[in-house]
Design a protein around this ligand. Sequence first.
Ligand code: NIG
Ligand code: FE
Length: 409
Amino acid sequence: MLLTHASQLLTLQGEAPRRSAQMRELSIISDGALLIRAGKIVAAGTTDEVARHELAAGADEIDCRRKVVLPGFVDSHTHPVFIAPRLVDFEKRIEGASYEEIAAAGGGIRSSIQGVREASVERLAEHVLDALREMASYGTTTVEAKSGYGLSFESEMKSLQAIRLAAERWPGTVVPTLLGAHLVPTEFRSDPDAYVDIVCEQMIAAVAKQKLAEYVDVFCERGAFTTEQSARILHAAVEHGLKTRVHVCQLTPADLQPLLEFHPASFDHMDYVSDADLRLLVKSDTVATLLPAANYFLGLDRFPPARKLIEAGVAVALATDYNPGTSPTTSMAFVLSAACTHMKMSPAEAITSATINGACALGLQQTKGSLEPGKDADVAIFATQDYRELAYWFGVNRCEKVLIGGREQ
Ligand code: NIG
Ligand code: FE
């Protein structure tokens, strides 16, 4: 397949992750072309250059005049295994209650548990698949998907099986994550450590054995899990050969040093980050994944300090945080918009964060996140002529076509 005459081809080729000023460098080719064979990118360059390639003759051509062509978005943080929207919480918040107040009154994450516990694996898989298909229609081709609304051994395993089933039916790439430690379920409220034992000894062991997840995540936060409990869980993950990532600093600051010991691929949210932790992050490979759609949906004035992180040299990624409580959106384009308007990221920084740096947050930078020879041909084609429009138009979908593994969806 040959894509030709793109107004702008954003290859994002080069160093990964991108930090500081490099994040503004999208490696743009005007009148760009992309040659794809057997699901992989063979060549990227100007239409003149690529058309001369020996494999270009006879290829199926897609004319990309007046289009922006870029790597499919990598949505590196989602919670798609749930049944119902949380409309009561939504109205309560409109009336003035905060996320934490709603959670303390029995709403929040707890109110999504029953639906998941009662649902069949097939029904959950259908919900996940619907979300994945919607994501692809917005230009997303790689998705990290967490469990976390089952909160019992059986229901967490069922949630990960649902992710596996949905992933088998979707052409994109799904990276599964166990988030058994999303919240202490009500039945363990008087003995949270007994629940941590179940996560460490039962869930993580079974997930590793059955290869149901690549990552283990923990919600390290006031009202969820302490840093000590989180460290125990991450330790168990590493012992079982699983990789780690952490929800942290969403509502309150945390000391990141004890968590960094486990080399997390990513720290997610990061609304509150101390200067000392900033210095540690700059020296590490851990990506800071910012989720501004959650701040938007919770109606917060405060957003993660993207400028401070970028200027210090931390590798920053953006993701939707798709979930029923804080971020019911599958749209990476909306996230780009929120990142630019509320976190003062430039459109180029936002696109870098949603592609190559998102791939780094999943350890997939060798195959995803940029358009370079040898990489997977996961491509989004937008009906815009300038990349800045991706973050400019909001509440609408300008993604016109998506290729996954070189196949048109
Ligand atoms: O990333 N913070 C923890 N988890 C989700 C919200 C989960 C929910 O409210 O259902 C988040 O924002
Ligand atoms: Fe989340």
